[in-house]
Structures are given as C-alpha cells and as structure tokens.
Design a protein around this ligand. Structure first.
Ligand code: HEC
Length: 221
C-alpha cells in the first residue's frame, strides 16, 4: 500500500516558497514557475542578483531583501552562490497569480518620454534624473528599472513601497540610495499617477486602485 501523503500539507509546504506579504512588501515567488517565479531567469542572472542585489532585466533588491544582500549574501563565495542557485532551481514550480509576474518588457530605448499624462510629466521631472527617460540607471545599473519585477505586478505593491519608504543597499561600489517621496510635495494622486505611468510605459501591467495602494503603504509604515 502506498504511503499516504497529505495533499494539503504538501501544498502548504511548497506555498511557503511561493512568496508572501512581509512588512507590506511582497517577498517574491522563488519556485521555478516561469511566469510568477524564477523559471525565466538564467542561472547567471540568479547568481548576479544574489551576489550583487541586481540582475539585468529583472531588477534590484529593495526593502528587506536589500538588507539581506547588502549585509550578507554579497559576502558569500562563488561556490556558495552557485549552491544556492542549484537549490532554487530544484524547487518545483508553483504558480501564484495574485502578484508580481514576470512581464515582457516593451522595447527599451524609448528616449522620448510621452508628455501627455500627469504621470509621464511627473516621471520626467521627479524620476528621470536618476532613472533616465528610457528607464536605465544614470550612474549604475542598480537604478535600471526596465524589466524590474516591482513594476510588473498589477497592484504595484513593491513599487509603491519603494516610493513611500525609499530603499538603500550596500554594494561593492558604495551605498545605492533610492529616495522616498513622502512629505516632499507629491500628493497620493501624484505618486499613484507616477506608479501607473512606469507600470504601463515599461511593462504590460494593468494598474488598478493605485491611489488606494499608496494610502495603504503609507498607513502600513
Ligand atoms: C536620486 C536618484 C533617484 C531618484 C530621484 C529616483 N530613484 Fe528610483 N532608484 C534609485 C536607485 C539608486 C535605485 C536602486 C537602489 C535601491 O533600490 O536601493 C532605485 C530603485 C528604484 C526602484 C526599484 C527597482 C526594482 O528593481 O524593483 C523603483 C521602482 C524606482 N527606483 C522608481 C523610482 C521612481 C518612480 C522615481 C520617481 C518618483 C524614482 N525612482 C526616483 C535612484 C533614484
């Protein structure tokens, strides 16, 4: 007789790696699902993210993950990083539809920003100094937001968290600082419009209730 397994127990233990909400941030799905997990990342991209906090085309660690990389993972040896990549690869895919999907990025290099929406104009005046019109970082690839997972979730949770809290990470080339935009003259609607603009301009996400998301993020902090 086959050993009886408990289906719910199995589901629950794998759900733990399907991501969760922690301190208002979404900890991403680490399973090998191609759309909601890490299945579309190459081994090299995973290793780059774990060891530096940034992977080209996928984004930069923020929030608690920035601390984990900045204070700990970046000191690991290459074989240890490799072992972690091998482990992550071994996690069976679990699709989580609710948040943070990998999105195909529209063709980059769109140097001319549209000026026809409030969000686009605010991005040009508030963000493009560091993130450039085409979403690439001015000083380093840490500030490249094209392809960032935080832009690809329809509720923009981590994007809004970054705008409300800012983010900072220790790297081999110094501290990378993303400023926060609370109390600096931008209204909740301004932040919502900026968030909606970057989501639709740089990814195929469909923002909804962004002003509410900004208010929720402010309340949570
Ligand atoms: C003073 C420079 C600066 C300005 C101004 C700035 N950023 Fe950033 N931003 C950064 C840097 C550097 C990072 C990466 C470091 C980090 O996240 O700790 C970053 C990270 C981000 C991330 C996280 C990327 C990811 O992969 O998840 C998002 C989203 C973002 N910025 C959006 C914006 C938006 C929208 C604005 C305008 C409201 C803005 N930033 C203004 C420098 C800046």
């Amino acid at each position: 007789m086959p050993y009886p397994t408990h289906p719910h127990l199995r589901l629950d233990s794998s759900r733990a790696l399907g991501g969760n909400i922690i301190n208002g941030w979404r900890a991403y799905n680490l399973t090998s699902d191609r759309q909601s997990g890490l299945g579309a990342w190459s081994d090299a991209e995973l290793a780059q993210y774990l060891s530096t906090g940034h992977a080209d085309g996928h984004g930069t660690a923020t929030g608690d993950m920035a601390d984990v990389v900045g204070h700990s993972l970046r000191y690991l040896s290459a074989p240890d990083i490799h072992a972690m990549v091998v482990y992550l690869r071994s996690i069976p895919p679990l699709h989580t539809a609710e948040d943070a999907l990998e999105r195909t990025t529209p063709p980059a290099g769109d140097a001319a920003l549209p000026q026809n929406t409030r969000g686009a104009r605010l991005y040009a005046s508030t963000c493009a100094g560091c993130h450039m019109a085409d979403g690439t970082g001015r000083q380093s690839s840490f500030a490249t937001i094209t392809g960032a997972r935080s832009l690809g979730a329809d509720n923009g949770r981590n994007l809004v968290q970054v705008l409300v809290q800012g983010s900072g990470m220790q790297t081999a080339t110094g501290v990378q600082i993303m400023p926060h935009f609370v109390g600096g003259g931008l209204s909740d609607r301004d932040l919502a419009d900026i968030a909606s603009f970057v989501m639709t301009h740089f990814t195929t996400a469909t923002p909804h209730n962004m002003e509410q998301a900004v208010q929720d993020a402010k309340r949570a902090n």
